[in-house]
Write a protein that binds this ligand. Structure first.
Ligand code: GN1
Ligand code: MG
Length: 558
């Protein structure tokens, strides 16, 4: 590393001393902590993002958000050139620099890493990082720290995209690296035009449905609510009312995480909404769940979670593929047997996995965290991934898309208006609508809505696809959550020694019981998940295992 670069870093590094006695980890989805602890982390991740840009010769994203966490928390995640999550190979470097205790050791780590990764600082195009943040009040100061980190790499450019959803920033990074326009309006334009195209391809008899059929969306009092309120004005054929647009406290009794975990209606929804089709976004709008208020009391809901969204998408895609392949002998006529697969985690409801397998789909389980699901889904021609909490998307391989585009062109010239041509158009429109970089609640909501209209289904009909096994999730606050170590896609705890045997003894008491624990990567808690044949049994199993965790490691249930 040249001297001018070293001295630039040495000038800026001391301005952001790390907090004392705090160990930070890149975790499930970037660094997260109380916002007051994060200035030095932002600055350092800014440096990392600029280095990543130099290494890849591409634009990189840096998003400041703590998603579903309480408003006083904040966090940061990095988007790679494809718009996906930062390559996992760089996570150890992120952990090391975030925790480097003094300027000298930080500089040393950067010099060594740049050498190992063969990052040249001169003679190439300068680094560029696109920055975004959610609506958290701490975001502005943290953005400034990140910018200073970026610009302490010689020549690096920090481009502020303002307050955006996480998926918008990922989309912009991807678009920019493909030579496309990166503005918010181009993002909205892509979503609305592909949505329009899918609406126009509805079966004739369903063409007039939908206009007076309202969807009510809980915006979590975050950035997603604001954006949807703005975006919905440009949509026709869909009536959306947005509540919790940002006047109330972010994520406080609202949002997809709250609705999915507590299984109750969010703030602002009540008896007057019984039976309506409702949806909830999370704090940075990368998660989406649907629900419908079922009773006048206790805010009870029918929850339609990420597993059901995945099932709906899988059904639709499978149907379009079979229309497209109808009557085509394998390998004849250029037909392409697309490899369709779905990816879930251990939190997926057991009934959903059974349902998807019965549909003849290949189902893969990965660790919790989009970075794992996305990677796996990218191995298919069409890979659909969803976490039960509503984070997911549909990935189309380049090879499949090229085939689809060519086939569509041929069909347009030979049999315009045929069922096959329409199926090809629909699949192409889905690939434009659904975010290819990361799960996106705004594009997700549009795809769900258009598929429901295509099928002529109500939210209740959709929810009847299969019946969820009753489940319960709890959090346990412990002294050190890293004391829990898991294996087998997080379903077996190998540490603390003996705890898994005790959990197994509890599980054995319940028919079809399933339960596992794992340390959260976003909150300072151990999570407990339990499933059984009745809600009481799931609740009892979760509580007894939470007690075990507490006795073994902890200090009271969160
Ligand atoms: C059980 C659960 O919902 N876990 C969530 C949560 O991670 P944890 O590591 O469990 O805190 O936040 C992640 C980021 O949003 C999300 O990917 C993941 O699914
Ligand atoms: Mg989120």
């Amino acid at each position: 590393m040249k001297e001018n670069q070293q001295s630039l870093l040495l000038q800026s590094i001391p301005r952001f001393p790390p907090p004392k006695g705090v160990k930070l980890s890149y975790g499930t989805a970037g660094f997260r902590a109380d916002a007051s602890l994060l200035e030095s982390t932002m600055f350092r991740v800014g440096i990392l993002a600029a280095l990543r840009s130099l290494k890849t010769g591409s634009v990189i994203g840096l998003m400041i958000t703590a998603s579903h966490n309480q408003v006083s928390d904040n966090g940061v995640k990095v988007a790679d050139p494809s718009g996906g999550m930062l390559t996992q190979n760089w996570e150890p470097f992120a952990d090391d620099i975030a925790n480097a205790p003094d300027p000298h050791s930080l500089l040393q780590l950067i010099i060594e890493f740049a050498k190992k990764e063969e990052i040249g600082f001169e003679g190439r195009q300068p680094a560029e990082v696109l920055l975004g943040r959610d609506t958290r009040p701490s975001g502005e100061a943290l953005l400034d720290a990140a910018k200073q980190g970026i610009t302490s790499v010689v020549g690096a450019i920090a481009t502020d995209m303002g307050v955006v959803t996480t998926p918008q920033l990922h989309w912009m990074v991807r678009a920019r690296n493909r030579g496309m326009e990166t503005s918010e309006s181009s993002y909205f334009h892509q979503l609305s035009s592909s949505f329009r195209c899918l609406m126009d391809l509805k079966p004739e008899e369903r063409k007039n449905n939908g206009d007076d059929d309202k969807l009510v969306v809980d915006g979590a009092d975050g950035v997603g609510g604001e954006k949807l309120q703005q975006f919905k004005k440009t949509l026709t054929g869909l009536c959306i009312e947005v509540r919790n647009q940002g006047d109330g406290m972010l994520n406080e009794g609202v949002g997809a995480d709250y609705v999915q975990k507590e299984k109750v209606a969010p703030r602002g929804f009540g008896p007057a909404d019984v039976g309506l089709r409702c949806a909830s976004l999370d704090g940075d709008a990368d998660r989406l769940v649907y629900f419908s208020v079922t009773s006048n009391e206790n805010n009870q809901i029918e929850l339609v979670d990420g597993d059901k969204i995945l099932s709906l998408f899988a059904l639709f895609i499978k149907e379009q593929l079979s229309i497209l392949n109808e009557g085509e002998g394998e390998k004849e006529n250029g037909s392409y047997q697309a490899h369709l697969g779905v990816v879930q985690t251990a939190y997926a409801n057991g009934a959903s996995t059974d349902y998807l397998k019965e549909m003849g789909l290949e189902v893969v389980l990965t660790l919790t965290g989009v970075k794992y699901l996305h990677e796996k889904a990218a191995e298919f021609d069409i890979g659909i991934y969803f976490e039960a909490n509503g984070h997911g998307t549909i990935l189309f391989s380049e090879a499949f898309l090229s085939w689809l585009e060519a086939t569509h062109k041929t069909l347009l010239s030979t049999s315009e208006g045929s069922a096959k041509q329409k199926a090809a158009s629909r699949l192409l429109a889905v690939s434009q609508l659904i975010n290819q970089a990361v799960g996106d609640a705004l594009s997700g909501v549009l795809l769900v809505e258009v598929i429901l209209q295509y099928m002529g289904w109500s939210v209740h009909r959709w929810n009847e696809l299969y019946h969820d096994l009753p489940s319960r999730q709890l959090k346990v606050k412990v002294v050190d959550r890293s004391a829990v170590v898991t294996t087998n896609a997080e379903t077996v705890a190998v540490r603390p020694i003996g705890i898994q045997e005790a959990i197994n003894a509890e599980i054995a008491k319940y028919p079809r019981g399933r339960c596992f624990i794992r340390p959260s990567g976003t909150e300072d808690v151990v999570r407990v998940y339990a499933e059984a044949t009745t809600q009481d049994a799931a609740d009892a199993l979760a509580s007894s295992v939470a007690r075990l965790v507490d006795q073994c490691l902890g200090s009271g249930t969160a």
